[in-house]
Design a protein. Structure first.
Length: 256
């Protein structure tokens, strides 16, 4: 991946793949670095997104309209008759695959992925749509996910001089800005959220994102809210949950 460089500031419209290529420390980088020695970090293979992570990304993109990805569902047809294969060939050609005729089904799916699309199973796509509907029908969650989407913040740490990048899912400006992070999980209940927050260091995320935005917006320190949607039935508005972390927890993460 080619490295990208952006000046310090608040940036809009940076595609996600380009954001990933920005040479800067992120929350993910720091938490991975904290799992072992520097040598272990540098020799650790890149993390492969899990099915749950891909589902969360799909929900994010459906809401925010991130133009960095092209999601597609394969034809709901067998791959036997000439008629069915013709539909598969056309699907692949529509997504940039050259000369798809005669290829095996698995090869077509792989070629569509190599051409830049993310192939999503119909069941996962339907689930993502149900999650989005639940979010939009929860009054408070709907307000929170209506902020400016996918805002990239580049800043320089005052103490270390390191370049840091953050990307809140949604931003609401005001006398005290509000940053929103959207999470999807099997169980959005409070006890389970607390367990996940500890495991994945959501406290570090809240601290990094808030500090970076405050520095570049020259504002009061933002509030930080997690909107948590269920991925298991029933996927309904009543199960969507909103959480923030205690300020003392976020302050402690700044010393991590």
């Amino acid at each position: 991946m080619t490295t990208s460089t952006y000046p310090d500031g608040i940036h809009h419209g940076i595609p996600f793949d380009e954001y990933l290529a920005i040479s800067a420390l992120s929350k993910s980088t720091l938490t991975e670095f904290g799992k072992g020695t520097p040598a272990e970090y540098h020799h650790r293979p890149p993390r492969v997104p899990s099915a749950a992570m891909n589902l969360g990304s799909l929900v994010d993109d459906m809401i925010s309209g991130d133009d960095g990805k092209d999601y597609t569902v394969p034809p709901a047809l067998e791959y036997r008759s000439k008629k069915d294969k013709a539909v598969w060939y056309q699907w692949a050609a529509d997504h940039g695959v050259k000369e798809p005729d005669g290829r095996r089904k698995d090869d077509l799916i792989a070629a569509v992925g190599e051409a830049g699309a993310l192939v999503v199973e119909a069941a996962d796509y339907d689930k993502a749509q149900a999650i989005v509907e639940a979010l939009r029908n929860n009054e408070r969650a709907a307000e929170l996910i209506a902020g400016r989407p996918q805002v990239s913040v580049i800043t320089t740490d005052d103490d270390t001089g390191a370049t840091i990048k953050t990307r809140p899912d949604f931003v609401h400006d005001g006398p005290r800005p509000l940053l929103v992070d959207l999470k999807t999980t099997a169980n959005p209940d409070p006890a389970e959220f607390l367990r996940i927050a500890r495991r994945f260091r959501y406290d570090v995320q809240a601290a990094m994102y808030s500090d970076a935005y405050q520095r570049e917006a020259d504002s009061r320190r933002p509030e930080f809210v997690f909107v948590v949607a269920p991925t298991t039935d029933p996927i309904i508005p009543e199960r969507v949950a909103l959480y923030d972390l205690p300020q003392m927890t976020i302050d402690a993460a700044r010393r991590w």
